[in-house]
Design a binder for this molecule. Structure first.
Ligand SMILES: N[C@H](CCC[C@H](N)C(=O)O)C(=O)O
Length: 277
């Protein structure tokens, strides 16, 4: 069966969008892995599947699949592309869009400049929210990785993040440490691993080795995780510009009881049709 899809990206974090409101298809982990392959499939970091909401107060539901077929609770760059997609597809004319995700509801606003503002919800630092095996909540946790003792910040943005401060992102050992942190046994559901260089209290550089995908050119929840843990450690002050390999995001956080708010672009690349088994 041929299914229409749209290829999009948020700062080079690339997605395939499939609308299962006007189409029908069965999506499973094996399909996702096949479509994710950049030679034998379409190629993407994540597949985003758009569906009708379960909660009548919501406008849509969208599911997030990493390239390895695992389902994720949240995707910041994906949320911006989702908002652009549902309007481009005339599935809604709204600019303020409420969407259900596995990690909870998100409020999206498509701005007149084309960028999308996402209310990413409140960060949750308690280890059980990730989950992370730790005796209690603190700004920094010790983590033994490959014989080295790292100091990491941990936070849930709906999905789990570990953030390591480094002196220079360009020379950070992302390829070596990323997979080891991602699959560390103290993270029962694995974790996204962020490598943060603090340039100034309002400016960081960031690389993210994403759970289920590997290093991506940008990670929206990773940007929020780095800002939230950095502010908590007294290193950063809101608003913060996050410079990722694919471009910059703006992240604001007014403090513990407030949501993080992220603003950034969403680009449409091409449309296509693909056979789903
Ligand atoms: N790999 C992530 C999901 C995608 C997040 C990222 N692409 C973003 O923009 O937030 C996870 O397994 O939690």
């Amino acid at each position: 069966m041929l299914v229409h899809f749209t290829k999009m990206h948020g700062l080079g974090n690339d997605f395939v969008m499939i609308d299962l409101i006007t189409q029908r298809a069965r999506i499973d982990a094996a399909q996702v892995r096949r479509l994710a392959d950049r030679r034998f499939g379409i190629g993407f970091d994540q597949l985003l599947v758009v569906e009708p909401p379960r909660d009548p107060d919501m406008d849509f539901r969208y599911r997030i699949y990493n390239a390895d077929g695992s389902e994720a609770e949240n995707c910041g760059n994906g949320a911006r592309c989702f908002a652009r997609f549902v309007r481009d597809q005339r599935l809604t004319h709204k600019r303020e869009i409420r969407v259900e995700t596995a990690g909870g509801p998100l409020m999206l606003a498509v701005q007149h400049d084309g960028r999308v503002r996402v209310d990413m919800g409140q960060p949750r630092f308690t280890p059980s929210a990730l989950p992370f095996d730790a005796p209690g909540d603190r700004p920094l946790h010790a983590l033994e990785v490959d014989g080295a003792r790292l100091e990491i910040g941990v936070v849930s943005m709906g999905n789990p993040h570990a953030v390591l401060q480094v002196a220079d992102v360009d020379s950070a050992p992302v390829a070596e440490l990323g997979p080891l942190i991602e699959a560390h046994p103290r993270f029962a559901c694995n974790v996204n691993a962020g490598f943060m260089e603090v340039v100034a209290p309002d400016y960081i550089r960031l690389r993210v080795f994403e759970r289920g995908t590997g290093e991506t050119w940008a990670c929206g929840t990773g940007a929020c995780a780095a800002v939230a843990t950095g502010i908590r450690q007294g290193l950063l002050k809101s608003p913060v510009t996050v410079a990722l390999p694919g471009g910059e995001l703006s992240v604001e956080w007014a403090g513990p009881d407030a949501s993080l708010v992220m603003v950034g672009p969403a680009e449409r690349v091409f449309d296509g049709r693909v056979a789903l088994r």
